[in-house]
Design a protein around this ligand. Structure first.
Ligand SMILES: NC(=O)c1ccc[n+]([C@@H]2O[C@H](COP(=O)([O-])OP(=O)(O)OC[C@H]3O[C@@H](n4cnc5c(N)ncnc54)[C@H](OP(=O)(O)O)[C@@H]3O)[C@@H](O)[C@H]2O)c1
Length: 304
């Protein structure tokens, strides 16, 4: 099996480079894999380049881990976010449809408004509150409209050893400040990029072993189990890091309301995803959100 991966250097892309290699030949590109020094284009702003790359490589599977993910900056850079998260995704999907390749694409809990207190299902209608969520939702629709075979995996509150994320920010700030103020009225599910990458392999194995794999095409909610607020999450990180022997300056973590936190983008109050469909379809046992956080803290401590 030949797999083409876009976005190999992101939090998730980096983990996918390891995990996808077990399935066959992996060609992993980042945005610099474009131009004279490379035959293949990985820059999602070069629409003709990515189309030509998919045609030239003719992969069985295209995995798209590249995205514009700066949620606050997207409020100003909404055209750029739309180009990467929507227009480029439309081109990838059409190219996949043309060569009959499966597209694995990642999307976000931020496609939802967050107004319901229940976990969101795949049947719930997205109503994104911010430009990032709008661009990701437009990307999902472009995939569906292209008619290509696709698995759209919506995940949430992603973290990994590589890249920027909430865990690393909290550890950094806890070492610098006496008091941290953290939003306590937004709920969601922290999810490990390492775990998403491993589960993607399981999902692909089940997909290709299925007698009618196209029956599995569609949108799936894929996150860890449980939910928490950013405030409780921050407390958990500091408690667990402390138990591992990490020392911090921080004495107090204060809960604050979203309205009192100066963010450019509005975020959903509840973005917990209901994962029943992915569990049943692919016979998966999902971990609790806490287990992945502890695992990353152990890894960060070990690499320190
Ligand atoms: N992070 C989260 O909390 C979260 C939550 C839910 C869903 N998701 C989704 O999960 C997926 C993976 O997210 P992540 O956290 O791994 O994101 P990330 O760490 O920000 O990685 C995104 C990658 O996309 C690349 N990229 C940006 N613009 C590009 C372009 N024009 N051409 C090629 N590559 C480009 C970036 O490259 P550079 O490094 O060169 O900029 C980066 O390597 C995304 O689809 C995201 O929407 C993320």
């Amino acid at each position: 099996m030949r797999i083409l991966l876009f976005g190999k250097n992101g939090q998730l892309g980096y983990e996918l480079q390891d995990s996808l290699a077990v399935l066959g030949e992996l060609i992993a590109l980042d945005r610099s894999g474009c131009g004279l020094e490379s035959r293949f284009c990985g820059d999602l702003l070069d629409l003709a380049g990515i189309h030509a790359t998919i045609n030239a490589l003719s992969p069985d599977v295209v995995v798209n881990a590249a995205a514009y993910t700066a949620v606050d900056q997207a409020e100003q850079q909404h055209e750029l976010a739309d180009k990467i998260n929507h227009q480029a995704v439309a081109v990838i999907a059409h190219a996949c449809q043309h060569i009959n390749a499966l597209l694995v694409h990642y999307s976000t809990d931020y496609v939802f408004s967050g107004t319901s207190s229940k976990a969101w299902t795949e049947q719930d209608i997205p109503e994104p509150l911010n430009q990032y969520g709008k661009s990701k939702w437009a990307g999902e629709q472009a995939i569906i409209n292209s008619g290509c075979h696709a698995l759209i995996l919506r995940t949430s509150w992603l973290y990994g050893a590589r890249g920027h994320n909430f865990i690393k920010t909290i550890l950094l700030l806890a070492g610098q400040r006496d008091v941290l103020s953290v939003v306590s009225d937004q709920y969601g599910t922290p999810t490990s990029a390492t775990w998403i990458a491993a589960i993607t392999v399981k999902i692909l194995r089940t997909y290709f072993n299925h007698p009618r794999p196209e029956q599995l095409d569609g949108i799936y909610h894929l996150s860890a189990l449980g939910k928490t607020s950013w405030y409780d999450y921050a407390n958990f990180i500091i408690e667990q890091a402390g138990a591992l022997g990490m020392a911090f300056r921080v004495k107090t973590i204060l809960p604050i309301k979203s309205a009192d936190y100066p963010a450019k983008a509005v975020r959903p109050a509840n973005s917990q995803l209901n994962t029943a469909k992915v569990q049943q379809t692919f016979r998966l046992t999902l971990p609790t959100w806490q287990s992945g956080v502890i695992q990353l803290l152990e890894e960060l401590k070990h690499n320190d």
